[in-house]
Design a protein around this ligand. Structure first.
Ligand code: NDP
Length: 292
């Protein structure tokens, strides 16, 4: 298993499994298929509404709990110190685990950054008490990371951000490299370019990626995953289809050349697919996370 070492020495599989938009009634089967394929990292979130089914799949899989790296995210409605401590309790209860491997803040809340800091302070407390093994953030831009580092003690282990060939956020990635923060790529095969109208064409249909894929006898999705892995990013592709779950895991028997990596780097469009981080507010995005 290929692993990355986080800034506190904890290791994480370089290739994990995402469950955003996986309906609760399909989550158990998807996670079952992923674990049977060999994935040992699952990325969920309070906001996805499927933590319970992720936990059930892990518990029923026959794979030791200690061999599965479980990551989830605190939603903005649970920001603030006490609220986030309670958010951890809700997540652990739904997942059916005592300890969460990686707990991260889902978004910065720029309009209420004190609450964001309070939430992160709670993550630090959970880390100190060994309720979680590592802590981090998601969708934090350089200005949010800079303000966070000024206010807290523990450097986030990860920043989970949108990264695919059409939108790579290189300045955020560079900040991560400088400060020892691993970039986790969400929409690593460009999902947001084809499941949302984000002003892009689909990365899966990109002619340059297609040519590289043909040259290696691989698929466009496999080429994109390989691009991330060779550039040191952690990836969490999502699928509900067993054949794609297997395809996305089969990326360790080929390597892209420097020229191929540069070609993919050159596909940048500068167009974000996900929400503009500066616009995330409780008024627009808040919704309560259920207790059970
Ligand atoms: P992905 O880049 O993983 O793409 C997923 C989409 O691609 C789905 O529509 C899936 O459909 C399809 N797909 C999967 N594998 C293949 C393949 N081999 N060939 C063709 N199509 C394929 O996008 P996601 O947005 O899901 O990102 C991955 C994970 O990142 C999420 O599941 C979540 O864990 C995380 N994430 C985090 C966010 C954040 O704000 N922190 C935001 C968005 C995602 P199907 O299931 O039908 O196969």
């Amino acid at each position: 298993m290929h692993e990355l070492t986080l800034n506190n020495g904890v290791t994480i599989p370089a290739l994990g499994f995402g469950v955003f938009q996986t309906p609760p009634d399909e989550t158990r089967a998807a996670v079952d298929a992923a674990l049977a394929t060999g994935y040992r990292h699952i990325d969920t979130a309070a906001a996805y509404g499927n933590e319970r089914q992720v936990g059930e799949a892990i518990a029923g899989s026959g794979v030791d709990r200690s061999d599965v790296f479980v990551e989830t995210k605190i939603w903005i409605s649970d920001y603030g110190y006490d609220e986030t401590l309670h958010g951890f309790e809700k997540a652990a209860r739904k997942l059916g685990v005592d300890q969460i491997d990686l707990l991260i803040l889902h978004q910065a809340l720029p309009s209420d950054f004190d609450k964001t800091i309070g939430a992160y302070r709670a993550l630090e407390k959970l880390l100190a008490d060994a309720d979680v093994r590592a802590i981090g953030v998601s969708n934090f831009m350089v200005e949010h990371l800079t303000a966070l580092l000024d206010a807290v003690d523990v450097v986030p282990a990860v920043n989970q951000i949108e990264v695919h060939p059409y939108f790579a956020q290189r300045e955020v990635q560079a900040f991560g490299v400088e400060h020892g923060i691993v970039t986790q790529a969400w929409a690593p095969i460009g999902g947001i370019t084809f499941y949302r109208d984000s002003g892009h064409t689909s990365t899966l249909e990109d002619p340059s990626i297609g040519e590289i894929a043909t040259a290696h006898g691989k698929s466009p999705a496999q080429v994109m995953l390989r691009w991330h892995l060779q550039q040191g990013r952690q990836v969490i592709p999502k699928s509900v289809r067993p054949e794609r779950i297997a395809e996305n895991f089969d990326v360790f028997d080929f390597a892209l050349t420097d020229a191929e990596l540069a070609t993919i780097d050159g596909l940048e469009t500068g167009k974000r697919g996900g929400p503009e981080p500066a616009d995330v507010t409780l008024a627009a995005w808040g919704r309560p996370v259920p207790e059970d």
